[in-house]
Design a protein around this ligand. Sequence first.
Ligand SMILES: [Zn+2]
Length: 370
Amino acid sequence: MRRVAGRLSDGREILWFNRDASPVRTLQDRRGLTPVTSTSQARWDPTVEEWVLVAGHRQDRTFLPPTDECPLCPSREGHLSEVPSEDYDVVVFENRFPSLTMGAGPPPTPYALDGLVPVRAGTGRCEVVCFTPDHDASFAALSPDTVRLVMDAWVDRTRELSALPGVEQVFPFENRGQEIGVTLAHPHGQIYAYPFVTPRTRRTVAAARRHRDRTGRALYDDLLAAELADGRRVVAQSESWVAFVPAAARWPFEVHVHPRRRAPDLPSLTEPELDDFGGLYLEVLRRLDGLFGVRMPYVAGWHQAPVHGPREDAALHLQLFSSRRTGTKLKYLAGSESAMDVFINDVAPEQAAGLLRASTPAVVPVAPGG
Ligand SMILES: [Zn+2]
């Protein structure tokens, strides 16, 4: 892998992750963009003790542009996109409309409501990861080699973003499908570098600590061993990775992918573990797309240890879930889920795992050059 860094015309950073054999690309962005002023804030909700990001400037962002105006396709004469090169393998750049940015100005007052609601700048970083130059492809259509290049990018970004001042957690993820609100069809993911430990991670860290206090063991080691011993919810396995539907899955089709050797974060993975991920993950994605014969909408994101720990019981894993429960029905987050955080899953996890194991992987042509 060869990494080439550049700047877009408004000063944002762009990074090309090239196969070693690819030409080095350092093209100039000729668009003359003016920087977007970020008004991102984080406000503390004292009733649930969680931060909420308020990013009003994002309302103007690009929404489902026609294919010939795609900002994630390579640039060509007559269409200058976010990527100022005629081609690329994998490319990462700072989001033009970020929810979090290192340039977020301080809020007018550090507290609202007599100190009850602390307000701070939405400091952090949001990046876009383009998985392939092929507009019509999908992650499932990548080759294992390209998945490896994407992993190199995730490792690189986790390492660099973790070193930025104030960053407490790095979250690489992919939203796929208009059904869940994706505004650009081009296959891409995002990376958020948060200025706080997210509520979900705070809860999992605390749960792992209580499990260790009770048993002296690591919660995720016990969970993975128990899932493998039980076997009913295991979807796929490789030398280094295991994919299973959690026993208390929230979504109709939810799969967690863990390395067999527990690791706190992406930079902690070994070369063989990085090499071995693509084959297993592509199998899971293709089985998912094979379920109902339609491209499944999904969210896939990496849970990693907080930047400043604790790391002792942390377990890197990818959480993948789809909101599609049948070929024609979607699951929506309605009253119980949205207002009370109580999920009602219409598909038993054992049944979901069985359906995924029985699913014929969708035949996906490998993207050109991918
Ligand atoms: Zn595109």
